[in-house]
Design a protein around this ligand. Structure first.
Ligand code: GTP
Ligand code: MG
Length: 160
């Protein structure tokens, strides 16, 4: 069986590569991602795959290699990125992650609404990579899902 990874999706510049590096325990500069990058534990999907509707099928196909999907929204820049209900297309647990948390608290409500509209029904996790806020909580949630072995949103399966 192929190794399953944590798939990270989100608009360009929302911190996918930076988060992947944090999960994989890597340090160093991040640059714009052009292709899917298979890391030790992660699958980093370039923002352009989400921003171009005709690329969505590639995200969905790649999710076969995923144990979880992290859907990112950047608090610093409110950008409508997900089609309504997009989370429902995945058969693995989907976790909503708000990056840059604390940078623009006034945008938080918008980010949460955005993720709900995209089909996330569990509480979102707030992270900030500059001080590692929320990373432990995120990993605990992922681990909890993995140990229980059940999708967080079983009622969502196949509805998209
Ligand atoms: N302060 C802060 N900066 C962040 C956070 N997440 C990402 N960044 C910064 O935002 C910039 C863009 O992050 P990337 O990880 O390259 O974004 P990406 O989503 O991979 O973007 P694409 O590869 O273009 O799709 C980098 O300079 C990161 O250091 C965060 O939570 N807090
Ligand atoms: Mg990237």
């Amino acid at each position: 069986m192929r190794k399953k990874r944590i798939m990270i999706i989100g608009p360009g510049g929302s911190g996918k590569t930076a988060l992947a590096a944090a999960i994989n325990g890597l340090d160093g500069p991040v640059k714009r991602t052009q292709n899917m990058v298979y890391g030790e534990k992660t699958l980093d999907v370039p923002g352009v795959y989400l921003e171009s509707p005709w690329m969505h099928k590639h995200i969905i196909a790649a999710a076969q290699d995923a144990s979880h999907v992290l859907m990112l929204v950047d608090q610093s820049s409110c950008r409508e990125s997900y089609p309504p209900g997009f989370a429902k297309v995945f058969r693995v647990p989907v976790i909503g992650v708000i990056t840059g948390s604390g940078n623009k608290p006034e945008n938080d409500g918008w980010c949460i609404r955005q993720l709900k509209k995209a089909g996330i029904i569990t509480p979102c996790i707030h992270i900030n990579l500059s001080d590692r806020t929320g990373i432990d909580e995120l990993m605990e949630q992922i681990l909890g899902n993995t140990l229980r072995g059940i999708p967080k949103c079983p009622e969502n399966v196949g509805k998209f």
